[in-house]
Ligand binder design. Sequence first.
Ligand SMILES: Cc1ncc(COP(=O)(O)O)c(C=O)c1O
Length: 420
Amino acid sequence: MDINQVKQEDEKDPLSKFRAYFFHPKNELYFDGNSLGKLPLKAQKTLHEVIQNQWGEGLIRSWNRYWLDIPKKIGAKYAQLLGVEKEEISIGESTSVRLYQILHALISSGLFPKHLTTDILNFPTDLYVMEGLKKNFKISPITVVSYPNEIEADIEKLKRTIKNHPGIICLSLVSYKSAFLYPMRLLNRWAAKHSSIIVWDLSHAIGAVAIDLKKTETKIALGCTYKYMNGGPGAPAFLYVNKITQTNLFNPIQGWFGHQRPFDFEKNYIPAQGIGRFASGTPAILSMAAMEAGVDIVLEAGIESLRNKSVLQSELLLKMAQEELIPLGFLIESPIEPEYRGSHVTLSHDGAWQICQALLAGSQSHPKIILDFRPPNFIRFGITPLYTQYRDLWTLVDTLKTIMNTKSYLNFSVEKTTVT
Ligand SMILES: Cc1ncc(COP(=O)(O)O)c(C=O)c1O
């Protein structure tokens, strides 16, 4: 593939203007938007204003003037993106806490058999939360469905498991290692038919994959907003609970922000009507203020256009990988069919850790390339259609070829850092 061909793709790109909405550090390429999205310039401005005027000058008065409504305002934008009603989204906490709240509520509700199921492709925090709940509730062991590899779920095996062990299932719509994308509607229908419910973790999907929670008959979903939604480090998570399901579920963390009248300071806890009951404590206003720009940009770009570009770019990267990287010892660890793939591409190599270090370090001839490593030997290349350019993919492959051909990666330590 020649660089001029690739540059032409950038020139034709209908989403190219969105790159200028973000801050870009000099002389580096970023393929880690699936871990932490880039900084929207508007978020920088908003945070400055909120800190200076609303916090600095306004102090406590800013709660009534600006802050109390922020979670609802942002929730409405996430609702628009996911095709649901604004009264079905709660913003706040982390994804891990949201998962705990909702699984606890589901187990306590008695609406579903008390059996927890997940699969081997799910993110570890989801499994840890389930393990903890299993201990708290003294319920039967969790079923963790395994597959022959870490690339794809065996949907038939998953369906058989749900049929044999109905209950509460937790799956990540896009798996964090391979980017496998599950057939959401098919599984939701299957679960409903077998007295079960699926809680979907959308962390690696939202902002890069078009998701319509109504059309897919999803009842509960949650996820991170700091990845493709560019909400900022540790940005509050979102939780979706459809209206019918909401009425039967109660938040195990009964804090005053989930009370019907928090500012009446009553002695007894009365849960707020609807989704409001899933709030617990005071919202993290600075983080919420920072996250709004990210969802605004995704809405302006349009999720269908983002998905189209993500598929085109992933296909280009996979084609270059097939032609130029497989002969150098890499393997493709993501599904090949785009309908089963989210927005990152994963390759493996025995020297993956050292290759990542060589990319991160850059060289005289190549920019620094930021991406991430996942054990045992995976390298993930996150494609964020809002700012990834076609030419960046070409440079990435060209750099990998140089590193491999010169064996320069062998000069890097095999010792791991804390954040990989
Ligand atoms: C699929 C998935 N779920 C949950 C989490 C953890 O979310 P949090 O740290 O906000 O609890 C992550 C983090 O990367 C993730 O990828």
